[in-house]
Design a binder for this molecule. Structure first.
Ligand code: AMP
Ligand code: GLY
Length: 431
């Protein structure tokens, strides 16, 4: 298949590596990609947020499938234009992508579909926000409505800090004050063709910058999959996944279809497993957020474990034929990824510094590198071009083995001022 992948991060690199691993001889073009992606496939440079430009490229290149990685092209309506032109595309249209782009839209859909989520109050003034903060009490959760590149959410016990966050984001639109949900977080990816859903394997993301979940929220500093502790609560991973499909994913997909805004692409359910039980039927799973795309860095640990060809799943979703596909299968391995970020990430990352040791890191058994923000400078030097620079991904027969391999590889990589967490998957690496 000729496949055009839009995006430039480690998520897109992971998607591409997974497509290449099928050994099906796919012809892949990445736009714009990065220096690591360019080592694996052809790259092209054009405005991936312009629907007409993307559609023209897809037509000129006779592309069979377009896979949209990041949210910006989705919200810009790139998928709508491609569908209009009859080009199979994995990624929802502008309307359904509001599930990620607008927290208010997401809450409305969840209400209509009866999906369990935290209570939320919308505020358009400081006074309304203060009333909501006091009604819910501490810890306070304040969310900007709209895309804020992971920086729009503040969870704090400090009421003044919560109000400062309100003051920062109110001028840009309304904000939401939410009930604080306590419990372990799970990211579950679900493929949808607009009607049916098929699940991938759950993963855990580490959102905070520092060890022990200290420091600011980031785009994600590491992840692992699968989550053995799900078995303790739900018996098996499948039992957990089935519960999420029954109470969350299928109702949301059906609601969006009913609203004439079908969701074709990846529904990312960001969940918290609480110990709340409001009825006999309540498993305590609550939605914190939806995204309309693959998560980053979770994709980097989910896809390397996928045994079913990724292209067949994405194509089936894009062409409305998921009902003919079987539930995706996963290997018994554990995958761990640790993100290497630039000095001063997430505030003002220092870029342009040289990266060394990647070949040595890749020599560690079970390890590969997904590039997040890399560039080639002067034609030869590999340099960091953004905040999150690299993902070291390690597979192992146990979590302990995967984790050990990941950190062994990291020790071989050089990048001045680099930051990474040293506690990724520590919780599950017990043997
Ligand atoms: P979001 O961008 O909505 O995923 O939020 C970023 C992070 O903030 C989440 O991964 C959670 O760790 C935390 N968070 C968001 N909403 C809540 C909530 N209602 N209760 C507790 N933590 C939350
Ligand atoms: N890992 C969080 C996200 O992709 O939004």
């Amino acid at each position: 298949m000729k496949i055009l992948v839009l995006g430039s991060g480690a998520r897109e690199h992971a998607i591409i590596l997974s497509l290449l691993a099928e050994d099906a001889g796919h012809d892949i073009i990445a736009a714009p990609g990065n220096a690591g992606i360019a080592r694996d496939v052809a790259t092209a440079s054009f405005d991936i947020n312009d629907p007409v430009i993307v559609a023209n490229v897809a037509i000129e290149q006779a592309v069979d499938l377009v896979v949209i990685g990041p949210e910006a092209p989705l919200v810009a309506g790139v998928a709508d234009e491609l569908r209009e032109q009859g080009i199979p595309v994995f990624g929802p249209g502008k309307a359904a992508a509001q599930l990620e782009g607008s927290k208010t839209f997401a809450k409305r859909v969840m209400d209509a579909a009866g999906v369990p989520t935290g209570r939320a109050q919308r505020a358009a003034t400081i006074a309304e926000a203060e009333a909501a903060l006091d009604a819910f009490g501490a810890p306070y959760v304040v969310k900007a409505d709209g895309l804020a590149a992971g920086k729009g959410v503040l969870v704090t016990t400090d009421r003044d800090a919560a109000l400062d966050h309100v003051r920062t984001y109110l001028p840009r639109g309304s904000i939401l004050v939410e009930e604080f949900l306590d419990g372990h977080e799970v990211s579950l990816f679900l493929l949808s063709d607009g009607h049916r859903v098929l699940p991938l394997s759950p993963a855990q993301d580490y959102k905070r910058l520092g060890d022990g979940d200290a420091g600011p929220n980031t785009g994600g500093m590491g992840a692992y999959s699968p989550l053995p502790w799900l078995d303790e609560t739900f018996g098996t991973e499948d039992a957990f996944v089935d519960e999420v499909i029954r109470t969350i994913a299928q109702p949301v997909i059906s609601q969006l279809a009913e609203d004439q805004t079908p969701f074709i692409g990846l529904l990312y359910a960001g969940l918290i497993l609480t110990d709340k039980r409001e009825s006999a039927d309540d498993s305590g799973i609550r939605v914190i957020e939806f995204n309309a795309r693959f998560g980053d860095p979770e994709t980097q640990v989910v896809l390397p474990r996928l045994a079913t060809p990724l292209s067949s799943l994405l194509y089936a979703a894009a062409t409305g034929t998921l009902d003919e596909a079987d539930r995706p299968e996963f290997g018994m391995t554990t995958a761990v990824t640790v993100v290497i970020a630039s000095e001063n990430y997430p505030a003002t990352p220092i870029t342009g510094r040289e990266i060394t040791g990647l070949d040595e890191a890749g020599d560690v058994e079970g390890v590969h590198i997904a590039h997040a923000a890399t560039a080639t400078t002067d034609g030869v030097r590999l340099t960091a071009s953004g905040g999150r620079v690299l993902n070291v991904v390690a597979l192992g027969t146990t979590a302990a083995e995967a984790r050990e391999r990941a950190y062994d590889a990291i020790g071989r990589i050089g990048l001045e001022g680099m930051q990474y967490r040293s506690d990724i998957a520590e919780r599950v690496a017990t043997n």
